[in-house]
Design a protein around this ligand. Structure first.
Ligand SMILES: *Cc1c(COP(=O)(O)O)cnc(C)c1O
Length: 453
């Protein structure tokens, strides 16, 4: 029988995370303090993050050791399997070899616990016993609730109101792991009250929920904040995905020609891609890279590469990144996740440098790809993951046309078991294809902070 998947032994759980900062082909812009409009200092970030994570955010060390207690928790589900999608290849009639790293085996069902566990650990080490965070669809909130529970910490989750109402099961998972979850915008923070004063029926957005969580952490002694994507240290923790993938490829005696992933804030894609980017930049491997996003939230394909806030309330540091503007509110008709207005500065910078190709798809073609995958490989993907699958299928069909025998790797960021309402909407023909209007992007330009360095 031909090999379908490689499960590395627990001894192969990586011992270090890979930090791309010293290897970036172009220098990254500094992160800016929103109050002073000057580059942030570690002290500026101390009210919300522990020093260990602040240091990782700015580190020039290429490899950062993974603490043993974090590796121990990783061993509950890591190493994750690397699959060869032989049945999908056959269904497509492609000469391409398709591989995926399956992150859906974590307790929360996605890649997110890889950083949640690390962040909870460093906060606990610093004497912090309580964390706040935001969540959109609920994956990050549930991952942090899990991590908080494993380190005996309290977690409070501000959940985007529309998801709180429409995704009751993610909410239940957050509660099952002992965390508190409230709909955002809420009356519990100044930034929440300010939004409700203008729009009492606001359905919320990630940008608003981040403001609430950051505000509470900044003003509460003994409480810190945890972010599930975008930041350098989050992508750093996710590099266990790519590091394991490189090891597992040796067992397949293969190596990817292209690495594909979906991008919301860029963490799962950064996690799989960065170790392969190192191999390209340092060791001359010729891998190419594709980042996939929805047409309704086209941060990389249509957004501006400018300094912007990470949240609606302008509380977070200002970062140079692709952005649709911090006032962005995603269209309610969009079912596929990946709704954040900004993008990880590392991913933005690699796109700007021409090393990562961004691509955007409509949601109906994305769900069609998800269904095709489920019907050949069995696993039902999260709608976010399905964006990557759509690009994989396109690449595999292109390979069929040209007779090219290439190896395609994608990150299977999570399963879709809590997203069946979105599948229902697709099957009922209720999903509308929507491209974010150009005027809105131009409008956002007026709200960008004026940073002069
Ligand atoms: C959160 C999430 C994403 C998007 O976030 P990134 O930071 O871009 O990875 C993608 N897939 C799944 C399954 C998620 O839970």
């Amino acid at each position: 029988m031909d090999t379908t998947k490689i499960y590395l032994p627990e001894s192969k759980i990586p011992v270090s995370w890979y930090n791309i900062l010293p290897d970036m082909p172009v220098a990254m812009a500094p992160v800016i303090n929103p109050a002073t409009l000057k580059p942030v200092t570690p002290d500026d970030l101390k009210p919300i993050f522990p020093m260990a994570l602040i240091e990782q955010e700015m580190s020039k060390e290429r490899y950062i050791p993974i603490p043993e207690p974090v590796r121990e928790i990783y061993s509950l589900w890591r190493p994750t399997p690397l699959y060869r999608a032989r049945r999908l290849e056959k269904a497509l009639g492609t000469p391409a070899r398709i591989y995926y790293k399956y992150e859906g085996v974590s307790p929360a069902g996605s890649h997110k616990p890889n950083t949640a566990v690390a962040q909870a650990y460093y906060n606990k080490q610093a004497g912090i016993n309580r964390l706040t965070t935001e969540t959109g669809a609920g994956q990050w909130g549930s991952a942090l609730a899990l991590a908080g529970q494993l380190f005996n910490m309290e977690v409070k989750v501000y959940m985007v109101k529309v998801s709180y109402q429409q995704k009751p099961y993610r909410r239940s998972m957050i509660q099952a792991w002992g965390a508190t979850v409230i709909p955002s915008p809420s009356n519990e923070t100044q930034s929440g009250r300010a939004i409700l004063a203008v729009d009492p029926d606001s359905t919320g957005s990630l940008g608003m929920a981040i403001s609430e969580a950051v505000e509470e952490a900044a003003l509460t002694e003994g409480t810190n904040y945890a972010l599930g994507s975008v930041l350098n240290h989050v992508l750093l923790h996710q590099t266990v995905i790519g590091t394991e993938a490189i090891e597992a490829f040796k067992e397949f005696e293969d190596y990817p020609d292209v690495v594909i992933g979906c991008v919301g804030g860029g963490s799962n894609y950064g996690g799989i891609m960065l170790p392969f980017m190192r191999e390209r930049l340092q060791n001359g491997k010729e891998t190419s890279f594709i980042a996939v996003e929805p047409k309704s939230c086209p941060t990389l394909t249509k957004g501006l590469y400018e300094f912007d806030f990470g949240d609606t309330g302008k509380m977070t540091p200002i970062m140079k990144m692709h952005t649709l503007g911090h006032t962005f509110v995603p269209p309610g008709i969009h079912a596929g996740g990946l709704r954040y207005h900004g993008m990880a500065p590392i991913i933005s910078s690699l796109v700007k440098a021409g090393l990562v190709e961004p691509r955007a798809y409509y949601q109906n073609e994305v769900f069609a790809a998800a269904v095709q995958f489920a019907r050949s490989e069995g696993i039902i993907p999260a709608p976010e993951t399905a964006h990557a699958i759509k690009a994989v299928i396109d690449e595999a069909l292109k390979a069929k046309e040209t007779g090219q025998e290439k190896a395609i790797l994608f990150n299977f960021s999570g399963h879709g078991h809590f997203d069946m309402a979105a599948y229902d909407a697709y099957f009922a023909g209720n999903l509308e294809d929507f491209a974010y209007p150009e005027e809105k992007i131009q409008q956002a330009l007026h709200d960008l902070p004026k940073v002069e360095l």
